[in-house]
Design a protein. Structure first.
Ligand code: ZN
Length: 268
């Protein structure tokens, strides 16, 4: 192989270029979501920590993962998206690299065993997402090859950098980035593995799942998914007419913008 000479690029310059690229993506409608880690600890909650500990618990990754920690901490993961069975990310290294991690969806039998084993233990979605449950449930969720977290054989990855064959630091950074993301949005773990967290809630099938709540969640997920796929911001399309409606009533006049206030004042 020929040695390719590359000019030195400072960290600040790399970051500036990455920011530019992300701004471009954003303009095209891609919902850019960088991994932002405050302090040295990558993940602080049950879900985030368990994700990282799970990966670190396998000999396969032992030597590879540490290379990604600094990258994850210093903001190199400039975009990370979690979807059903897949994580897509951009990582800023000597260049901007595209990382794709495929995670197998959870086998149905494994999920129903997990659900049965946790039956009656988790009372609400809030408790579940906050990781507030018994030691027994915790161990069950985290059990290698039987819990919610993926084993190396369920994970495959690809990076656009030259040395992706073994796990490169960009992939490692993305895997840690997922841990950090689960701190903020633990429900994404369930989406990633294509199972419904509602199944774990006690009495979920007996009418406690309110009709109002369920479609709202689905809608939110769909919008995110579609935004990823088509690069359009679906969220902005929805709430429009309510403001116009309100403007007509006296009570809500204080709530509308000053422009509208002036207009309606002129009419009176
Ligand atoms: Zn790489």
């Amino acid at each position: 192989m020929f040695y390719e000479w590359k000019p030195y690029v400072s960290a600040a310059e790399r970051r500036r270029k990455a920011a530019q690229q992300m701004a471009k993506l954003k303009k095209k409608g891609h919902p850019v979501a960088p991994v932002v880690i405050d302090g040295r600890v990558i993940a602080k909650t049950f879900w985030g920590k368990s994700w990282c500990e799970n990966l670190e618990g396998y000999g396969d990754y032992e030597n590879r993962l540490p290379r990604g920690r600094t990258y994850a901490r210093n903001g190199s993961v400039v975009d990370l998206q979690i979807d059903k069975g897949a994580v897509a990310a951009w990582v800023s290294g000597s260049e901007l690299y595209k990382v794709e991690v495929k995670i197998a969806t959870l086998p149905k039998a494994r999920w129903s065993t997990l659900v049965n084993d946790c039956a009656g233990e988790i009372d609400s979605l809030v408790e579940l997402l906050q990781g507030q449950f018994s030691q027994g449930v915790m161990q069950r969720m985290c059990k290698q090859d039987a819990g919610l977290f993926p084993a190396p054989k369920e994970i495959s990855f690809d990076c656009s950098c030259p040395d992706w064959a073994a796990m490169c630091k960009h992939v490692a950074a993305v895997l840690y980035g997922v841990g950090a993301r689960l701190d903020e949005r633990p429900e994404l773990l369930f989406a990633l593995r294509a199972v419904s967290e509602q199944d774990l809630i006690t009495n979920a099938g007996k009418g406690l799942r309110t009709a109002a709540k369920k479609p709202k969640r689905t809608k939110l997920l769909d919008a995110t998914d579609l935004s990823d796929v088509f690069g359009i911001d679906l969220a902005e399309a929805a709430p429009r007419k309510t403001a116009q409606k309100r403007a007509g009533t006296k009570k809500s006049a204080t709530r509308v913008s000053s422009v509208r206030k002036k207009r309606s004042a002129g009419k009176r």
